[in-house]
Design a protein around this ligand. Sequence first.
Ligand code: ATP
Ligand code: MG
Ligand code: MG
Ligand code: MG
Length: 561
Amino acid sequence: MRLSRYFLPTLREDPSEAEVVSHRLMLRAGMIRRLASGIYTWLPFGLRALRKVENIIREEMDRAGAQEILMPLVQPAELWQETGRWGNFGPELLRFKDRREHEFCLGPTHEEVVTDIVRKEVRSYRDLPLILYQIAPKFRDEIRPRFGIMRAREFLMKDAYSFDADEEGLERSYRLMYETYERIFSRCGLRFRAVLADTGAIGGSESHEFMVLAETGEDRLALCEACGYAANVELAEVKRVYAYPEEPERPLEKVPTPGVKSVEEVAEFLGISPQKLVKTLLFRAGKEVVAVLIRGDLELNEVKLRNLLGVPAVEMADAETVERLTGAPVGFAGPVGLSGVRLLADLSVQGLKNFVTGANEADAHYVNVNYGRDFPEPEFYDLSVAQEGDPCPRCGRPLGLTRGIEVGHIFKLGTKYSEAMGATFLDRQGRQRPLIMGCYGIGVGRTVAAAIEQNHDEAGIIFPREIAPFEAVILTLGPESELLEAAEGIYRGLQAEGLEVLWDDRDERPGVKFKDADLIGIPYQVILGKKFKETGRVELKERASGQREELPPEALPARLK
Ligand code: ATP
Ligand code: MG
Ligand code: MG
Ligand code: MG
């Protein structure tokens, strides 16, 4: 591409509308332009970066065996009514009516649509596992669109959905997507971490966010270098507290639950759903459950159970407390389950009593657990207000705090959507069972912005090679035909080698060309100026390191490959 003919409107000045580096640089480098709040056009240069990320995603999803589809942006209200989300998704869901007064929305996510497709077409366990994905626009009427395409209202997302016959299948699909995401973000040249996450409006039992580490990120992360614990601090926030009838404290009571390790394991042992198990325990306790406490040594139980049971499920206490409660030595130690004890404390402050908890020993659960009476005042802290160096909730060693940009999010959905929408299959024994689902999102545009947030300097963008709009830019520093002819030869030669090259053939001063080249961040600059006229050698500047070398033009293709 010749810059003299390329639609690349760069800006000298910082646009006043931009609050973060990536937004500022994307505007200045002529990548995007705003149409309305949170609604952007991708210009040619920006679109090339977007397509690069899209292609990496597509290649890796295809490699994982996922199959690409394309679903409509406009979705009928009926589907959302089936899952109840028409009522409870909130104002991010943009609703409207067509000329026949039928209600529709612009899809903020596609669980309902994909479940509808699959319930009509998938019949048997033989059709499973199945992973479908698309790369398509989403619309969310964000309350505060900002940072350009980082938090837009209309944005491009890769969303994938897995369908499995059982929990083990879901586990495999989830791991596969986890690993695929690691490959995708590594290839994009990003420094990122996968962290434990809350499941929000999407729902489900287990979830990880892929966070690009950046100071300007909106999410706060707790990371433990010692044991690898990594979580979004939101995870520890108690989102739901249920009303609970006034009742007197009851004496602590141990309920036999053979083989118990966690509610799920007991449920599996008894061959009933965890929901039913909890109801049974409650029935025995003669009340409605408001929280379930479980063993603290299974990292994901809290969030899993919270979503699975529809009640706050929290981790059990430290070894000392457990020993005191059970009179039995326990097999683990350390400040486990701080967030659980915190929830218990929170609930108790509101006058809530008589919780059901795991007993942290085989074959038992406690009912009528009362904070303060059965648990001593614990040493806990709130992860969301944690300070650098506070003890890690898992191993107790000093915790690091940092910020991140959420570029990807994977969820185990379980049967939430398939049960609500009747998406079933026939298993080997011919029994009809609900499909077990997972869902997996990546913000494509946000990934481009996050890459810039992480890779830039005073002068501009420093694109990681795999997502750079072009791999090299040729700068001719003068109008002489000698330079232009040589540049044209190099330009064609590099293109013939399959390299993506931009040629700044404009009639501009060298200073302007250097500034623009640094601003737009193409990995290599091939400079033809005075030195070339004297020696016949070109100057090659690497944008990231600023390193320069001189070499004969013939050596360029090999050097740039
Ligand atoms: P956030 O917490 O930033 O609002 P989310 O948790 O609501 O994101 P998900 O429902 O998990 O988003 O969607 C999957 C991915 O889509 C996110 O990980 C993110 O990369 C991207 N995404 C979500 N909202 C936006 C947005 N408003 N603009 C651009 N990308 C977005
Ligand atoms: Mg959101
Ligand atoms: Mg989020
Ligand atoms: Mg998310």
